[in-house]
Design a protein around this ligand. Structure first.
Ligand code: BES
Ligand code: ZN
Length: 455
């Protein structure tokens, strides 16, 4: 392995300049105007995978954006690692809040500022460069390696379950490895063993046939925006618990052992508050902040509209009001069931004075991975090799819905070995990724391959 590590260290600058090139391609999956760029980003990656010596590389079409697939089979007797990542990125809006253009990466104080630098081009690319280090530095990989890097993660991986179903044989492996999560803290190596799921819905209430003068009609009609606010406010109680009937029924109980594990983590609550500039936190009663943001289910408005939004005052009663609502889920909540609970709630509580339109937009299952799987020990050893101390095991609040499908469709466990930080501002303006973490991630991947090959 020493030669692979040396090769990786000797090519540190080149790894960064290649990543910057990839980051210049605006692969925004949600925006159809960028479909050509999404394709370009897939082609760029496929070329890089060919250049590093992966034996077989192909761009596989889906009904949406393509999957980049690569494999290098050294010996059928050796274990196989399947690396998953995504080359699509979130829309960069609001553009005016970026200090530099989102697709013209700049390096400042050791951080790469660009959309996708952390989520997930920068992290997915670490494994590509680790494979290169083995192939070019050592002369060969220590095991069999496959890559499945998709272009639709940020829009809910809409076609990927189908893709797994259709390519079971091709994707056969012993473990999935993903770097698309965060470190517990900059100097605290960690491995993630749980992710939350998601149920995302949209509601719209329509009252009168048009916006009305609030003086002429106010006092005579039922205001959809007032009603929508009431319906949404009633979804939480004073303890910040969700009141939606049935919401907690399937929630798996947090064991005392797990809660003790949470309590033992070096969680910097003051730093967390400072980072988002809030003086007080708000968590479901009876749970710590860390539990609230990683291991308990939530319900939140993501957007609400209706009426006049422009400058100054306009006296108007809106004819329509709408909202987008997301629920973060934990095992064993079912995304479809939660969406149905919301549908039922709005159907039963919308006043007879207005019409309801309800749409379940998308969802994903929570995931828990087996911390006793041999791959976890290999990941732990790899992290210890890089950081000089053992990693902690953590749960995270974000979602990677395909992790549950890897288990259910391919029967595979996943190792979540991410190098992001909450402060990297993924999905926000000025997304960034630390160059040192990028290089540590490459080293961790090199070391993981060795440790898993020798497991
Ligand atoms: N990389 C994130 C997920 C993530 C972020 C996990 C931080 C853990 C810590 C991923 O790209 C993402 O944003 N996922 C979406 C999924 C959704 C579109 C189904 C999410 O969590 O909102
Ligand atoms: Zn991501």
């Amino acid at each position: 392995m020493q030669k692979a590590l040396t090769y990786a260290a000797d090519h540190a600058d080149q790894q960064v300049s290649e990543l910057l090139e990839w980051l210049r391609i605006p692969s925004v999956s949600a925006d159809s105007n960028h479909a050509g760029d999404v394709k370009k980003a897939a082609e760029w990656l496929a070329k890089n995978l060919r250049d590093i010596g992966m034996a077989h590389v192909e761009i596989m079409p889906t009904p949406g954006h393509p999957v980049v697939y690569a494999e290098h089979i050294r010996d059928a007797q050796l274990p196989t690692v399947l690396v998953y990542g995504h080359y699509d990125v979130q829309p960069p809006d609001p553009l005016e809040l970026w200090d530099s253009p989102p697709f013209e990466p700049v390096i400042k104080d050791g951080l790469i500022y660009a959309r996708g630098s952390c989520d997930d081009k920068g992290q997915a690319f670490m494994h590509v460069k680790a494979a290169e280090a083995w192939i070019k530095g050592e002369g060969q990989l220590p095991l069999n390696l496959k890559f499945i890097i998709e272009g639709e993660e940020e829009v809910g991986s809409v076609h990927l379950s189908q893709f797994l179903e259709a390519n079971k044989q091709k994707l056969a492996a012993d473990i999935v490895v993903i770097s698309d999560t965060s470190l517990f803290a900059e100097d605290v190596p960690s491995i993630t063993y749980g992710l939350r799921g998601l149920a995302y819905v949209e509601v719209e209430l329509t009252g009168p046939n048009r916006d009305l003068h609030s003086g002429v009609y106010g006092g005579g009609v039922h205001n959809p925006l007032n009603e929508l606010c009431r319906l949404i406010t009633n979804l939480h109680d004073a303890d910040h618990r969700v009141t939606l009937p049935g919401f907690y029924d399937a929630v798996r109980h947090l064991s005392d052992e797990e809660r003790a594990g949470f309590a033992s983590l070096p969680f910097d609550e003051a730093g967390w508050k400072a980072e988002v500039d809030v003086a007080e936190t708000r968590t479901e009663a009876g749970y710590t902040l860390l539990e609230g943001i990683t291991a308990r289910p939530t319900l939140d408005l993501n957007g609400i509209w209706g009426g006049y939004q422009g400058e100054g005052a306009k006296t108007v009663l809106p004819a329509k009001a709408g909202a987008k609502i997301s629920c973060r889920l934990v095992p064993d909540q079912q995304p479809d069931d939660v969406a149905e609970m919301l549908r039922k709630y709005f159907e039963e509580n919308t006043p007879s004075t207005m019409k309801l339109r309800f749409t379940a937009l998308h969802g994903g299952h929570a995931a828990m991975v087996d911390i006793h799987h041999p791959a976890m020990q290999a990941a732990s050893k790899a992290m210890e090799g890089v950081y000089g101390r053992k990693p902690v095991f953590t749960r995270e609040g974000g979602s990677i819905p395909i992790v549950a499908d890897f288990k259910n469709i391919l029967g595979l466990n996943t190792v979540l070995m991410g190098f992001g930080l909450d402060s990297d501002a993924i999905h926000s303006p000025n997304e960034k990724y630390g160059i040192d973490r990028f290089h540590k991630g490459i080293e961790a991947s090199v070391r993981f391959m060795e440790a898993f090959a020798n497991r």
